[in-house]
Design a protein around this ligand. Structure first.
Ligand SMILES: *[C@@H]1O[C@H](CO)[C@@H](O)[C@H](O)[C@H]1NC(C)=O
Ligand SMILES: *[C@@H]1O[C@H](CO)[C@@H](O)[C@H](O)[C@H]1NC(C)=O
Ligand SMILES: *[C@@H]1O[C@H](CO)[C@@H](O)[C@H](O)[C@H]1NC(C)=O
Ligand SMILES: *[C@@H]1O[C@H](CO)[C@@H](O)[C@H](O)[C@H]1NC(C)=O
Ligand SMILES: *[C@@H]1O[C@H](CO)[C@@H](O)[C@H](O)[C@H]1NC(C)=O
Ligand SMILES: *[C@@H]1O[C@H](CO)[C@@H](O)[C@H](O)[C@H]1NC(C)=O
Length: 460
């Protein structure tokens, strides 16, 4: 923030000598201020100011000149392809994360277990280039930010103000679009717009990519901290994720989400079924899906559906009721791949307030994870599609060998992990009766879409 041209902010008219870099910082500052003012405040005046940083970003990302379907020229100006896989490390006491601009991916996260040993609790690769290879083969979305619209869009179509839009489908032979299309935000090279010892921000300027309407700018900020605060009274190691997006030119669906695969047993067990408990304290309801996981429109009750298998209102081993989930994760599939609603207690909590939404704990390592978010839903995927073909990180095997004399699971097995996506009601753009369209479809007159979450790590 050093050297920020204050006169520029006052006049909203930046002199030509102001560098691109400063403009990016300038834009980012306004988003930060906006965020700090709180999600319930009125944003519009700040948003207008923030937009003045855009020309700089356009200069930094010459994708402006490319067609919406071209992916080849969206790399940053003057940056070699290696920059997209450069590792950014952020640290606070007892928490260290690594990230890369490609997909704005979280690639590792070290926190202490109950013996004080460091464990990597996220699934991914040691070699950053493997993320690009993964995109071309398995496309697991390990650790990435997914967008412009997370999860599935039925038929790849939606309608806004009487105009029908069609985006490329990339799943089930054309029946739906998953995580933004053939080239989602998970495959884009984000620009690093801010970096300190404890936080990093990746920015993506999306100009109608994959046929979505209009331009969208998004900032993905990851930060770590162990400072005591009202939200973190014990000063636990905490990761915070902020996904802040603005529609700039047209009304468009926006729903970004973090797509981190967790393994709190650090692959010391072959699966998470028998050692990891999950609790979704505010989730007595979930969204019903068809055989390819497209919402049917039905909202179901965890107490009755699937003989209670989705009832995680109290802590329960992930594997306890998994046998009862036949076809829950699609025809013939056993496991969870489900969107639970986060029902805030109306008397206490505003609609988008940050509330504790997920608790998970591994008996193997003693590591606990508590997630709080402002989002209205949580998607949990229990790695039903993994099948022991992707190797676990060598760094993890080495750590396990040194700690236990056993390297642990060599491969990411079926049920060997679980994904938590904080997001809105999936495919809400195609279910108008849910009333979620105003939260998911935004235009240039609207404030930012903010997906905020904290991940706190403790032990027991
Ligand atoms: C991201 O960068 C890599 C390496 O430079 C490149 O191969 C890839 O095409 C880029 N992705 C997009 C979507 O531009
Ligand atoms: C860091 O972790 C160690 C080992 O678990 C613990 O003894 C120490 O109190 C932690 N530090 C903070 C600030 O929590
Ligand atoms: C991942 O991709 C490799 C090829 O690179 C393939 O052999 C393997 O089956 C894939 N595994 C999964 C889980 O998609
Ligand atoms: C499905 O998408 C096609 C375009 O691929 C469109 O013509 C059709 O109307 C869509 N169907 C529905 C039910 O939206
Ligand atoms: C998990 O426990 C079940 C019994 O509840 C057992 O059949 C299974 O082998 C165990 N799996 C693992 C991976 O430990
Ligand atoms: C593992 O899963 C991947 C992706 O779903 C698939 O391509 C591959 O054939 C599977 N391999 C085995 C051995 O089942």
């Amino acid at each position: 923030m050093r050297g920020l041209p204050l006169g520029c902010i006052r006049s909203f008219l930046c002199p030509a000598r102001v560098t691109s870099r400063l403009l990016v910082v300038y834009c980012f500052l306004f988003l930060t201020v906006t965020f700090l003012l709180g999600i319930r405040m009125h944003f519009k005046s700040y948003v207008v100011a923030a937009l003045y940083g855009l020309p700089a970003l356009a200069n930094a990302a010459p994708s402006a000149a490319s067609t919406s379907s071209s992916v080849s020229s969206s790399s940053s100006a003057g940056s070699s392809s290696d920059d997209h896989f450069k590792i950014y490390t952020i640290k606070a006491e007892n928490i260290t994360a690594t990230l890369i601009p490609y997909g704005a991916c979280l690639t590792s996260l070290l926190v202490p277990d109950r013996d004080g040993n460091k464990q990597d609790v996220v699934v991914g690769y040691d070699d950053p280039h493997s993320y690009a290879h993964d995109s071309q083969t398995n496309r697991t979305f390990f650790g990435a930010v997914v967008g412009r619209y997370a999860n599935r869009i039925k038929n790849g179509t939606f309608s806004i103000d009487g105009t029908d839009y069609h985006i490329p489908e990339n799943e089930h032979g054309g029946l739906d679009t998953l995580h933004g299309g053939p080239v989602g935000y998970d495959m884009r090279n984000w620009t690093v717009t801010s970096y300190s010892d404890s936080s990093v921000t990746f920015t993506l300027f999306d100009q109608g990519f994959e046929n979505f309407p209009g331009d969208v700018i998004s900032h993905a900020t990851y930060s770590v901290s162990t400072e005591k605060s009202v939200e973190n009274p014990k000063g636990l190691p905490q990761l915070t994720t902020k996904l802040v997006s603005l529609a700039l030119t047209k009304k468009t669906p926006i729903m970004l989400a973090n797509h981190v695969y967790w393994n709190l047993n650090a692959f010391k067990n072959p699966t998470v079924l028998n050692d990891t408990t999950l609790q979704l304290p505010l989730s007595p309801r979930f969204i019903g899906g068809d055989g390819i996981l497209i919402p049917t429109g039905e909202i179901l009750d965890v107490a009755t559906a699937f003989d209670g298998a989705l009832d995680f209102t109290e802590p329960k081993l992930i594997g306890k009721d998994i046998d009862k989930t036949a076809s829950l994760c699609g025809t013939g599939c056993i496991g969870y791949d489900t969107c639970w609603l986060v029902d805030r207690p109306a008397a206490y909590a505003a609609e988008n307030s940050v509330v504790p939404s997920v608790h998970a704990a591994s008996d193997k390592t003693g590591i606990t994870l508590d997630v709080a978010t402002n989002q209205a839903a949580i998607q949990i995927y229990s790695c039903n599609g993994q099948n022991g073909t992707i190797a676990t990180k060598e760094s993890q095997a080495k750590r396990n060998k040194a700690q236990d004399g056993d390297s642990g699971a060599a491969y990411v097995n079926k049920y060997g992990c679980f994904v938590i996506e904080t997001e809105d009601w999936i495919d809400g753009i195609n279910q108008p009766q849910w009333g979620r369209r105003p939260y998911q479809i935004v235009g240039p007159d609207d404030g930012p879409v903010v997906n905020f979450a904290t991940y706190q790590f403790g032990t027991f």
